[in-house]
Design a protein around this ligand. Structure first.
Ligand code: GTQ
Length: 345
């Protein structure tokens, strides 16, 4: 274990200005900032967004800014540790609430970061990804992987809101984030793959020699099936908590290279304290109400609310009613980088 490290102030003034002149700086006064002992020192603070509070602001954006002038009409959920305006909710996760009004179209574009939509309210919206029209119903999870063209449309008659989760902070940090705009896509005249090729878990279209599956074979994960599966898991489990990971049905891998998604069901009256995880995460409430403590900060949540936890957060969930949440996390990225970790409480 190293002893107390030297400080900048200990160094002679002339040496410090000569270093500045040369464009260099000593590591040792900064060493513990970049390599703290034992565990990271996150900038991210626990965040909570009450949907009822944000909803009127989002609807007002619909009156103030036509979608043509927004490209995407979104209110961004900023990490309290970085302050309002920060384009991130945790170190690696961007979250935004997007509004689309009846008849509107959000134009086609493609970008390097990947996005996932979790439907919050309203009917009749759809996203077209790679020519596939994906209906969006409450709780559905819809993928827009990086590099895939996507546009959003709305054939219903009420405002539609969904939660966007993107790995944008990572791409921005890598100076790799950019978008290209293009014309609306033509759509194949068939239901999306979740209703045809991948209707049943455990069954995939028969593997033929020389045919290569799409990298992202299924872009939509309908909520009704997820909820049914969670309820069955709960019925035959004994923990008061059931969890299912969203996976690519062809490979069994997480749905995206960087972000993972886990559907959670907490039984009414149950309490859960997961291990400390090296991943940061966001929770979006599909149904039900409860309370979660994140590093000692308590959030009372209800349907459509969203809250976040930094890396290695101490979490305790308590459900007042039967509750369903989707957890967005960066475990896949950390596993790729070889450092994902869980520590017992
Ligand atoms: O719908 O494509 O919240 O490109 C941020 C960037 C949504 C989208 C966001 C985007 C989108």
């Amino acid at each position: 274990m190293s002893q107390e490290l030297g400080t900048l102030e200990e160094l002679p003034e002339d040496y410090r200005s000569a270093m500045t002149e040369a464009g260099v700086a000593p590591l040792w006064p900064m060493m513990r900032n970049v390599l703290p002992h034992g565990s990271p020192n996150p900038v991210t603070k626990p965040g909570y967004w009450n949907y009822e509070a944000v909803r009127p602001l989002l609807l007002r954006a619909g009156e103030l800014t036509p979608v043509e002038k927004a490209e995407r009409r979104v209110l961004v959920l900023s990490d309290p540790g970085r302050g309002v305006g920060a384009m991130q909710a945790t170190s690696s996760i961007y979250l935004g609430l997007q509004l689309l009004l009846p008849g509107e179209t959000a134009p086609a574009h493609v970008h390097t970061p990947s996005a996932v939509r979790i439907m919050v309210e309203g009917q009749g919206a759809f996203t077209v990804v790679d020519g596939e029209k994906l209906p969006m119903e409450a709780g559905d999870l819809v993928l827009t992987p990086g590099g895939e063209w996507h546009d959003h449309g709305h054939e219903g008659d009420e405002p539609v809101v969904w939660l966007d989760a993107l790995d944008l902070p990572l791409f921005y940090y890598l100076e790799g984030s950019y978008a290209t705009e293009g014309p609306l896509q033509s759509r194949r005249n068939r239901p999306d793959a979740s209703q045809v090729e991948y209707l049943s878990a455990g069954l995939v279209p028969s593997r033929k020699r020389a045919t290569k599956a799409r990298r992202y074979p299924m872009m939509r994960y309908p909520w009704n099936r997820t909820e049914q599966a969670l309820i069955e898991m709960m019925n035959y489990g004994d923990e008061g908590l059931a969890e299912l990971d969203y996976i690519n049905p062809e490979t069994g891998a997480d749905v995206l290279p960087t972000l993972g998604f886990t559907a959670m069901h907490l039984q009414a009256g149950s309490k859960a304290s997961p291990p400390l995880r090296s991943s940061s995460c966001a929770f979006h409430v599909i149904k039900g109400s409860g309370k979660t403590e994140v590093n000692g900060v308590s959030f009372e949540w209800g349907p459509k609310d969203t809250f976040t936890a930094p890396v290695f957060a101490e979490l305790t969930h308590e459900a007042n009613t039967d509750a369903f949440l989707v957890r967005v996390h960066d475990r896949p990225l950390q596993e790729r980088l070889g450092y994902y970790e869980e520590r017992a409480r």
